[in-house]
Ligand binder design. Structure first.
Ligand code: PLP
Length: 422
C-alpha cells in the first residue's frame, strides 16, 4: 500500500467517502497489523512541509508538536533532504566497526560545541541514557567507595522521564512505572526536583552520579532553577559524583541556547542528546568529558551507532542550528510565543505559562488539555496539532524556525478553542 502524497489516496479512502466510513476503514487498517501501543486518531499523514502536516484527505494541520520536539527544522527541510540524498548516494552502512566521514565530522562538531571531548552515537534517547548509566557504573567500579565497593547508584528525580528501556524506565520517576514491568533495574533512588537537601539525603556509599533533565518535559515543562543546577554541580563535585544531564528534549537549540544547562553557567560531566539532534531521523548521542571516557572496546556499541546516513543528517541539522543568528532567532520567537500565551492565559483565567525557548507550557487552570488537543486536531478548515502531557496544561514544541505568522495562526486558533471550552 502506497501512502505517497501523489497516490491519489485511492487505497486509503476516496476523498468523497463519508468521515465515518473513512474512520472505519482506518481503524480496521490500524488494528489488523499494528500493535496498539498508543491510541492513534483515525487519520493518516502523507506529507509535511515546514510547520504543516497534510493528511490523506489533503487537510492541513499546523504542527506545534513536531514529532515531540524532534523536527528542529520543521518537516522535510531542504538541508536535511539534501544531506539524505547526498549521503544515500555515497555510503549507507560500512559497519560501526569502521570510521565514516559524517560520524567523524559530527563528533568533532558536537565536541567543539559542547566542550565535552568524547561522543558516542546511538539511535534513541533511551539508548543514549543507557550509555550514560553504563558509563557511570563503569566509572564507579574504577572509583569505588571508601570501603572498596563498586559504586552504582544514580540519583534521579520524581516525575523524570529518561526513556522506555527497562533501565531508563527505572531511572524515570513517572508514577506507576515502578511496578508496570517489575522488577525494576535497581539503583535509582528518587529525589525532589529543585530540592538540594532531598538529593543530599540520598547520597550514600554506593552513589556514583546524579541524573537530571534541565527541564522535565514529559512532566509538564518543569524547569530546574538556575540555583538548583548550580547547587547540584557544586554538590556532585564536592562528593565525587558524576553530574549527568539528560538533554534529549532540551538540547540542540530547543530552549534558546545550544544546550539548556548553559543557561545555568555549569558544565556537566555527561550529557545525552536525542530528538532534535536528528531533526526527525533516529539519532542520539552521549557526550562526556575526556576524563570520564572509561569504556573499553566491547563495553558499549550497537549495529547502527555512528551510521553515516543518520550522522549526515545530524550534521546538517546541527550546522544549521549552530549557525550565527539562529539561536537569536529562536529566542525572539520564544519571547513572542511566550507573550502570546500569557495573553491567552490572562484572557481565559489560566495560571500563566512557563518554559524556556521553544519548549513551553500553557497552564490552563482546569483539566481540559485532552479535550483541547482533540478539538484542535478536528478543527476546520485547518487542524492544529497540540500536546497535553498533563491534563491541566498544553505543551508547545514548534519547529525552531517557526515563523511569527505561524505563531499568530496557532494563537488565534487556540483563542477560538479556548472561547468554546472554557
Ligand atoms: C524523549 C525523551 C527520552 C527518550 O528518547 P527516545 O528517543 O524516545 O528513546 C529520554 N529523555 C528525555 C528527557 C526525553 O524527552
Amino acid at each position: 500500500m502506497s501512502l505517497a502524497p501523489s497516490s491519489n489516496s485511492s487505497t486509503i479512502a476516496s476523498s468523497t467517502s463519508s468521515k465515518s466510513a473513512r474512520n472505519a476503514k482506518f481503524s480496521a487498517f490500524a488494528t489488523q497489523a499494528l500493535l496498539p501501543i498508543t491510541s492513534r486518531p483515525d487519520l493518516v499523514f502523507t506529507h509535511g512541509k515546514g510547520g504543516w502536516l497534510y493528511d490523506h484527505d489533503g487537510k492541513r494541520y499546523l504542527d506545534f508538536i513536531q514529532g515531540w520536539a524532534v523536527n528542529s527544522l520543521g518537516h522535510c527541510h531542504p538541508v536535511m533532504r539534501d544531506a539524505l540524498a547526498a549521503q544515500g548516494a555515497m555510503l549507507l552502512n560500512p559497519s560501526p566497526a569502521y570510521y565514516n566521514v559524517p560520524m567523524i565530522e559530527l563528533a568533532d562538531l558536537l565536541a567543539n560545541l559542547s566542550g565535552l571531548g568524547k561522543v558516542f552515537f546511538a539511535n534513541s534517547g533511551a539508548e543514549a541514557n543507557e550509555s550514560a548509566i553504563k558509563l557511570a557504573r563503569k566509572w564507579g567500579q574504577l572509583h569505588p567507595s571508601a570501603s572498596g565497593n563498586a559504586r552504582f547508584e544514580i540519583i534521579t528525580f520524581k516525575n523524570a522521564f529518561h526513556g522506555r528501556t527497562l533501565a531508563t524506565m527505572s531511572a524515570s520517576g513517572k508514577p506507576g512505572w515502578d511496578t508496570i514491568f517489575a522488577p525494576q533495574v535497581p539503583g535509582f533512588p528518587k529525589a525532589e526536583m529543585n530540592d538540594i537537601a532531598s538529593v543530599e539525603a540520598l547520597i550514600g556509599p554506593d552513589t556514583v552520579a546524579v541524573m537530571l533533565e534541565p527541564i522535565q518535559g514529559e512532566a509538564g515543562v518543569v524547569p530546574a532553577t538556575e540555583a538548583f543546577m548550580k547547587a547540584l554541580r557544586a554538590l556532585t563535585k564536592a562528593r565525587g559524583l558524576l553530574f549527568i544531564v539528560d538533554e534529549v528534549q532540551t538540547g540542540c537549540g530547543r530552549t534558546g541556547t545550544l544546550f539548556s544547562h548553559q543557561q545555568a553557567g555549569i558544565v556537566p560531566d555527561i550529557m545525552t542528546l536525542g530528538k532534535g539532534i536528528g531533526g526527525g531521523v533516529p539519532l542520539a548521542a552521549m557526550l562526556c568529558g575526556d576524563e570520564f571516557a572509561v569504556f573499553q572496546p566491547g563495553d558499549q556499541g550497537g549495529t547502527y551507532n555512528g551510521n553515516p546516513l543518520m550522522c549526515a543528517v545530524g550534521l546538517a541539522v546541527m550546522r544549521t542550528v549552530s549557525a550565527p543568528g539562529f539561536l537569536e532567532f529562536v529566542r525572539a520567537q520564544a519571547d513572542y510565543l511566550s507573550a502570546g500565551l500569557q495573553h491567552l492565559s490572562s484572557r481565559y483565567g489560566g495560571e500563566g505559562e512557563r518554559g524556556a525557548g521553544l519548549l513551553r507550557a500553557l497552564l490552563l487552570g482546569r483539566d481540559i488539555g485532552p479535550q483541547l488537543v482533540e478539538a484542535a486536531r478536528e478543527a476546520t478548515p485547518d487542524g492544529l496539532l497540540l500536546n497535553s502531557p498533563r491534563p491541566g496544561l498544553l505543551r508547545f514544541m514548534p519547529a525552531l524556525n517557526v515563523s511569527r505568522d505561524e505563531i499568530d495562526q496557532m494563537l488565534s486558533m487556540l483563542d477560538t478553542l479556548l472561547a468554546k471550552h472554557v
